[in-house]
Ligand binder design. Structure first.
Ligand SMILES: [Fe+2]
Length: 337
């Protein structure tokens, strides 16, 4: 039978790929936002700055602190990548979120599994680069897109087994059998997957299984309980697979962003570490908005790993602040061993 040999949890937020000297670019972007999600409220930047003034984020935004936090994150990413590559898995299953990269308004499945033969990760076009730079979101600084087009194989047999197992368990999961095309050609594999393949796997062409969750967009974001349940079914399907393949599982994204909430991050990470399913699945859906919604990718992986004897070890939690309103990313790096 196939074996789940390792679980990995890694943040993938844009500050990881942006030199700390340029984090202000993203802060400028935050200042223009009118709907910043924080706990159960939604705020303009000045409203959020006023609400959180007592937390004195200004001290967290000096360049020395930014440099230190960025360096801590790079050490963690180097370490996670080394561990993942040393484990030498035959398959890497990535639970990520699709952020209008693969699916758009025409069809937006709550859950999908890609079961084509391969995935293309394409380099930025010049037009895309320009748009990103003009919108303050960075151009070449985003390392989830390669310098030259890449092709990653897909472990189709396992992907199809997972789809079948989910349907048997009465969890309806969409099957994506072909990399979609848009008006500009092939749509790229999303940042959640590209980041893991580039930053952690260094484009090593290990067959992948992409599990796509709609964590971001109303009205059909799956509840945390459903994510955990899907995870359990995936874990069971891997372990029931008559194969000698060794599977690594990765949760991509999270924890709180683009408003950092350290208290909430610790609540989620403690529950993940302790295998405290009730805390994870009882957390109200409204707490999982914007980038913080990617924490559901970790909950699905917690469900997968609950089918093994492995528990989560948090290697580091690094809050990365970029503005006086406490915007930025709460970065976490972990393994289930
Ligand atoms: Fe993301």
């Amino acid at each position: 039978m196939a074996e789940i040999i390792l679980g990995v949890g890694s943040s993938h937020g844009p500050l990881l790929n942006l030199p700390p000297e340029q984090w202000e670019v993203r802060a400028k972007f935050d200042r223009a936002q009118s709907e910043l999600a924080y706990r159960d409220g939604t705020y303009t930047f000045p409203e959020l700055a006023e609400l959180r003034a007592c937390d004195e984020f200004v001290d967290q935004c000096v360049i020395e602190v930014k440099r230190e936090r960025h360096a801590q994150c790079q050490t963690q990413l180097d370490d996670l990548g080394a561990r993942l590559r040393a484990a030498d898995p035959d398959v890497v299953l990535i639970v990520g979120d699709d952020q209008r990269e693969w699916f758009f308004e025409d069809t937006q499945p709550a859950f999908a599994v890609y079961c084509g033969d391969e995935v293309r990760n394409l380099t930025w076009t010049d037009a895309e680069r320009e748009v990103r730079i003009k919108s303050g979101r960075g151009g070449d600084l985003y390392s989830y897109r390669p310098e030259t087009d890449q092709t990653y194989p897909v472990e189709r047999e396992l992907a199809e087994r997972i789809l079948g197992a989910a349907m048997d368990a009465e969890i309806d999961v969409a099957a994506s059998m072909q990399q979609p095309k848009g008006p500009d050609g092939l749509r790229n594999i999303g940042h959640a997957y590209g980041f893991i393949y580039r930053r952690l796997l260094q484009d090593k062409p290990i067959p992948m299984v992409p599990v796509l969750q709609n964590t971001f967009y109303p009205p059909n974001q799956p509840a945390p309980k459903r994510c955990f349940e899907l995870g359990r079914v995936i874990g069971q399907a891997i372990r029931a697979w008559k194969s000698d393949k060794r599977v690594a599982v990765v949760a991509s994204g999270g924890i709180s962003h683009f408003v950092v909430d350290e208290e909430w991050d610790h609540k989620m990470l403690d529950a993940l570490r302790d295998g405290d399913k009730d805390t994870l699945v009882d957390e109200p859906n409204i707490m999982f908005r914007s980038g913080s919604s990617e924490t559901k990718n970790w909950i699905t992986v917690a469900g997968i790993m609950s089918e093994t004897e492995r528990s989560m070890e948090l290697h580091a939690y690094v809050p990365c602040y970029r503005s006086e309103a406490g915007t930025g990313s709460g970065m976490a790096f972990a393994t289930w061993r």
